[in-house]
Design a protein around this ligand. Sequence first.
Ligand code: HEM
Length: 416
Amino acid sequence: MSHIAQIVDFDDANYDPFMEDDLVFGDLLDPYSIIAKLREQGQVIKGDYRVACGVYPDITMGDRQHYMVLGYDAVAEVFAKPDVYSNFAYGFNLGISFGQSISIMDAPDHTRYRRIFQKAFLPGTVAKWGETIVDPVVKQLMDSFSSRGKADLVQEFTLYYPFHIIYRQLNLPERDAPIFQKLAIAQTATAIDPSHGMEASRKLGDYFSSMIAARRAEAGDDLVSTLVRTEVDGEYLPEDVLISFFRQLINAAGDTTYRGTSVLLAGLLQNPDQLAAIYADRTLVGPAIEEALRWDGPVLQATRYTKNDVTLCGFDIPAGSILDVLSGSANRDPRYFTDPDKFDIFRDRSGVKHLSFAAGPHVCLGQHLARVEMTRALNALLDKLPGLRLDPDMPAPQIRGSMMRVPKHIYVRFDT
Ligand code: HEM
């Protein structure tokens, strides 16, 4: 068996990127009232969304002008026109840590590589992982608290399960999961802490480089083995593109789904009548997931760059600008969603779609996996934890953040 290097922790092993979460993504309980006021001024307005929310500006963006894209029509148009609204924007921040990831590419490179990576995450493929990978991880974590009658569903469950699922898919050593998780998270702290972001990037890069070599020499039946042996025009995928994809994957697959599942559970527990309805009718699981993603989708903001002067919904934006593209605003645009601030799993979903996975060619590559994970996690909780309710003796969940949303704790009780 070929040797894979050991993953190396931060030089300062006490550094905890989770402590920086509020600085990186903001800690507002309610950014939506600020967003609503901004949206009243227009579909597009000049200004930096981070600054509007009182969050540290993204130092990697330099002094480029920011514009906020707020209305549903404007957000949808930006996602639909990648030739006008470039993903080059992420090159300033995420590119520092991820490297040549598909998120920072435009066509034709993006089209070329995305087509290959996407094959591994099509609905038919990820549906099979439900039983083989998702369920065992969910069960293992739930076994540690399901007979206790109470738990913190974030700190004991949602914070770990999607990370462990992607680690199993990549066949990473389970004992090193805490180090991988810290390095994965730190990569997105580059906006305010580039040095830890780069340290994480370097250490993950070294690890993935040796992992690629080992799997090329001796393939297993894991996702990495498939990807490293994929050929394009008679050649393997370039090593820097593969490494960047793995760097991104161990972050994007874990952090977003942890947040999305936590928001879903908080929404249901704060609306016990809707939770009771799901206990009685599991066909409501799918609508509940879509409603949680619309109501408080974990990725509130995307970023784009204008390579030329453009006019968006009547608003002129000069070349070289950064667009703060607020899916979280589009998802609560009252012109498209009735009573938009309300969490309502019974909402009529036949019309317009939420934009929490973005749209267009960069639409979330893992959306099908995320839905499988959230569906199986929620069903398992409902199966194993009857009478699930908020713990009256503990603080209620508080969903926080301006760019990324999550409650840090969800204290619950249940019948045993
Ligand atoms: C609830 C969970 C998730 C949410 C809300 C979410 C959200 C998003 C959004 C909004 C984007 C587009 C960003 C942009 O265009 O600027 C995106 C892209 C992406 N997501 Fe997810 N994501 C989730 C789960 C996942 C999972 C499980 C994976 C792992 C397979 C994943 C992998 C990716 C990748 C690789 C991209 C880049 C796609 C590209 O640029 O072509 N995501 N995600």
